[in-house]
Design a protein around this ligand. Structure first.
Ligand SMILES: NC(=O)c1ccc[n+]([C@@H]2O[C@H](COP(=O)([O-])OP(=O)(O)OC[C@H]3O[C@@H](n4cnc5c(N)ncnc54)[C@H](O)[C@@H]3O)[C@@H](O)[C@H]2O)c1
Length: 311
């Protein structure tokens, strides 16, 4: 490649990155100035995987509070940042009850216990956002059977347990506490890696494909309960899980290349996934059921393209 061409590519990368940063600033500012909503008013919600300062779970907890959730039960395996999350929500949204818990999202006792606790304390469970997950990095040759099963345990079993125990709780009625009929919304965080190949290692992708299947098949097991189950398939989002990739690219001066494979030509932020979770948690999505919803800038909509050739 000629020197002129290399320079031109570098500056177009820099321009792409500046455009992305400006777009993300506008999204942050819109969210910061959005008036308080009522979309989750009176809803009792559980969210898992909330412990990362830059994660989807934390962003969702704050968005759920902004939309007036009644009580948020927030769970993470790592307790480090739970007090900060609780304090952040309580300070900004004093009307929202917050309970934080250190537990493994794939521990059956912890998940059944938490669903029962919501029933005991609030008489209802309306939303379970099963978001906890772990990334993996290894090539097929290096994934041991043990590591494969651990990925399935954290990423998939956690979603199965959420569906099993949340749906039991959501079927319980308690008219004395305003729960007249069965119903609720269960949201699972899958991934574009669970829709197509090419977005993650085989164990991670298989675990997320299984999550997508759980969303589709469980809805049929829960017919006539008014319990909806959907999965969200994020594309590339800057979170704790992807920090290393982003930092590495910034250090090398190639940050402008991140997210260039999707038609929006940028990466996403946790709040954009949290907004999809709010929609699915709320009655706005009352007829959306059994779907795997990609929130990925359009990445999974396309066959491989040569950027610039057709578009
Ligand atoms: N970031 C992305 O680009 C991306 C893309 C597709 C899907 N996802 C999925 O989004 C979800 C959230 O991840 P994130 O990107 O916010 O990453 P993150 O690392 O910032 O947050 C994940 C959180 O899950 C917690 N966690 C991990 N294992 C747990 C367990 N067994 N029990 C309880 N908590 C546990 C971690 O402690 C962490 O706080 C995950 O399921 C992930 O697979 C992320």
């Amino acid at each position: 490649m000629s020197y002129a061409k290399v320079k031109q590519n570098q500056s177009s990368n820099e321009d792409a990155y500046k455009t992305t940063v400006a777009r993300i600033e506008r999204i942050h500012s819109q969210l910061a100035n959005a008036p308080r909503g009522l979309r989750l008013k009176d809803k009792v919600c559980i969210i898992t995987g909330v412990g990362s300062m830059k994660g989807i779970g934390r962003a969702a907890a704050i968005r759920f509070a902004h939309e007036g959730a009644k009580h948020l039960y927030l769970l993470d395996y790592d307790p480090t940042n739970l007090p900060n999350l609780e304090a952040t929500i309580v300070e900004k949204y004093p009307d929202v009850k917050v309970t934080t818990l250190q537990a493994d999202a794939a521990d059956e006792k912890a998940i059944s216990g938490l669903c029962n606790r919501a029933l005991r304390e609030e008489g209802r469970l309306d939303v379970f956002f099963a978001n906890a997950g772990v990334p993996t990095r290894d090539h097929l040759d290096d994934i041991s059977a043990e590591n494969f099963m651990n990925t399935m345990r954290v990423n998939t079993l956690s979603c199965f347990l959420a569906i099993k125990y949340a749906s039991l709780a959501m079927r319980k009625t308690d008219p004395s506490r305003g729960k007249e009929t069965s119903g609720g919304s269960i949201i699972l965080t899958a991934s574009t890696a669970g829709l197509r190949s090419g977005a993650g290692p085989v164990d991670y992708s298989a675990s997320k494909a299984a999550v997508n299947s759980l969303a589709q098949t469980s809805t049929y097991q829960l017919q006539k309960t008014d319990i909806r189950i959907n999965s969200i398939c994020p594309g590339l989002i800057e979170t704790g899980m992807t920090t290393v990739t982003f930092e590495y690219a910034r250090q090398r001066g190639t940050a402008g290349k991140i997210g260039q494979l999707n038609p929006l030509r940028r990466f996403g932020i946790p709040e954009e996934i949290a907004n999809a979770a709010v929609f699915l948690a709320s009655d706005d999505s009352s007829y959306v059921n059994g779907q795997n919803i990609a929130v990925d800038g359009g990445l999974s909509a396309s066959l491989p393209v040569v950027p610039g050739k057709w578009a």
